[in-house]
Design a protein around this ligand. Structure first.
Ligand code: HAM
Length: 414
């Protein structure tokens, strides 16, 4: 027996059907806002992530799948989708196109983390990015788009945790004060945070160790250090999303685990998920593209963890969107097979699904199968029906059976 790689899994029907429904709603929603798909490779040069996410982050330090190909090139399986979008912007010289550029992406990401509920080594993200706009209206659009999508999945009580991590200028002063504060508490910090203290003190605010949590509580917060520009930007976003009635909470300790963020950062968390509670993370990255050697092009976006999203889908949504067989078509004998193929096609053209009973074991076994797979209706097709241009439809929930002219039946389908 060959087992799957640790932290990976198979997503099987009927669950996979629900994944498809969620993805279709995502794609439809994003397209309706003018976001079109960007597909980037699953592997990239390691350097891309080192230079964007940051060398002193957990993702780059500990969690990347890094390997050499046969020619000795250092590659990484992508741990996230934003840096590849920025790379694609430069590769394809998108600066020559009319801005802003709106993208969405769906796909697997890879992080070598300790697997547990809601945390996998191959997981799936649904993300969007808008490039080329610096103003707070773009932040508001991204956040509003996120909420529209979540509302379409019937989520009612999610809210967004929001913060501004400032720009490289005002953050400098904050990081200095933060370092001084943590320096005083050095002995109480976990081993990782002692390293972070020297390399990237902001990351301490992201630590989930209980010992560090306490020290974090008392730490100075960034809101008191924001420059005028960053403060105004943040206030405008708050005004806009308040006016749009989007539920949010300010969380001045939210810094997120990636270094490319400037100004806005946000997360959507769910209590249902335990410690792996962020279903979505996002933020603004005004320097990402220029840090990769390109022009100064601002951007903002988010990525939803699809695996986690699926774990907390509202019951109402699941009930209304689970796969159901509309019609199970049973030929009485071999002679009706071709007719049944055509009938099924007629039904499918109307947007309903139809499954053929291919086993050829007769009506009784066919009906048993239809019941077993919980089909809504069974259609029995015999010589008699074909001769009269009719179908016999059995509603398997109500137990009612009726004969209809084929044309009347097909035309009556929604
Ligand atoms: P992130 O917060 O690292 O942000 O990941 C986004 C989401 O991916 C998380 O909120 C979580 O739901 C999911 N996720 C992360 N790691 C795992 C895992 N090991 N197993 C399951 N789910 C996971 C980013 O990746 C940024 N690129 C988001 C972004 C887009 N910022 C701007 N634009």
């Amino acid at each position: 027996m060959i087992n799957p790689v640790k932290g990976t899994r198979d997503i099987l029907p009927p669950e996979s059907y629900l994944w498809n429904v969620v993805e279709e709603i995502a794609i439809k929603t994003f397209k309706s806002y003018g976001y079109l798909e960007i597909r980037t490779p699953a592997m990239e040069p390691v350097e891309l992530f080192e230079r964007s996410i940051g060398e002193d982050t957990d993702i780059v330090n500990k969690e990347m799948y890094v390997f050499e190909d046969k020619k000795g090139r250092k590659l990484a399986l992508r741990p996230e989708g934003t840096a590849p979008v920025a790379r694609a912007y430069l590769t394809n010289q998108l600066q020559n196109q009319s801005h802003p550029l709106r993208f969405f992406y769906l796909g697997p990401m890879f992080r070598y983390e300790r697997p547990q509920k809601g945390r996998y080594r191959q997981f799936y993200q649904i993300g969007v990015e808008i490039l080329g706009l610096e103003n707070p209206e773009a932040d508001a659009e991204i956040i509003e788009l996120l909420f529209t999508f979540l509302k379409r999945l019937e989520f009612k009580d999610l809210s967004i945790n929001l913060n501004s991590v400032g720009c490289s200028e005002c953050r400098k002063e904050y990081v200095k004060i933060l370092k001084e504060y943590f320096e005083k508490e050095r002995e109480k910090l976990c081993k990782n945070c002692v390293t972070r203290l020297n390399k990237n003190p902001l990351r301490i605010l992201d630590c989930k160790e209980i010992s560090c949590e306490k020290i974090k509580d008392e730490a100075p917060t960034i809101n008191n250090f924001l420059c005028e520009g960053c403060k105004n930007h943040f206030e405008k976003i708050i005004n806009l999303i308040s006016a749009l009635l989007i539920p949010y909470e300010l969380n001045y300790k939210l810094v997120r685990g990636l270094d490319y963020y400037t100004r806005t950062v946000f997360e959507v968390v769910s209590k249902e998920l335990g410690s792996q509670n962020a279903i979505c993370g996002g933020g603004r990255y005004n320097r990402l593209i220029s840090d990769l050697g390109g022009p100064q092009v601002p951007g903002i976006g988010f990525a939803i963890g699809e695996d986690r999203l699926m774990e907390i889908l509202p019951e109402k949504f699941i009930n209304e969107n689970s796969y159901k067989v509309d019609f199970f078509i049973i030929p009485v004998s071999e002679k009706e097979t071709v007719f049944c193929f055509h009938l099924a096609e007629g039904i499918r053209k109307k947007g309903q699904n139809a499954i053929l009973y291919l086993e050829g074991k007769g009506v009784k076994k066919g009906l048993a199968k239809a019941n077993q797979i919980k089909a809504k209706n069974a259609i029995i097709v015999g010589e008699e029906e074909i001769k009269n241009g009719e179908v016999t439809i059995k509603d398997l929930n109500e137990g009612i059976q009726e004969k209809l002219q084929i044309q009347t039946f097909i035309e009556g389908l929604k």
